[in-house]
Design a protein around this ligand. Sequence first.
Ligand SMILES: [Zn+2]
Length: 114
Amino acid sequence: MGVRKESIPDIETKEQYQQYQKDVAAFIEREGLSFLSTGTDSVPEDDGGNVDPWFSGRPCECCGCTLGGNREYLFACNQANEIVQFEICEDCVYFVNYDTLYDSTMIRIVNKKS
Ligand SMILES: [Zn+2]
């Protein structure tokens, strides 16, 4: 099975999307992160590089989403200049890379009559 491109079931309105953006920004602020990366080509496989997404029921460490789903590693640099690692959901992977959510989610948000 390839990477699933599903939209987030619990984000349907602009308000919820704004809340999502806030949650992610708060996470980055709280952890003092910079140089966020999910492209782990530079990381050896033993250290979590290039692993396939895996299913987990644990909450996403970035947006706090509690829905079970695929998780991937997020690597970033913290205030102490250390590389830190988090397990985040695929929506956050996409968001960190492209600063937006899947098209299907965005289209649903735009089309939603409030
Ligand atoms: Zn997430």
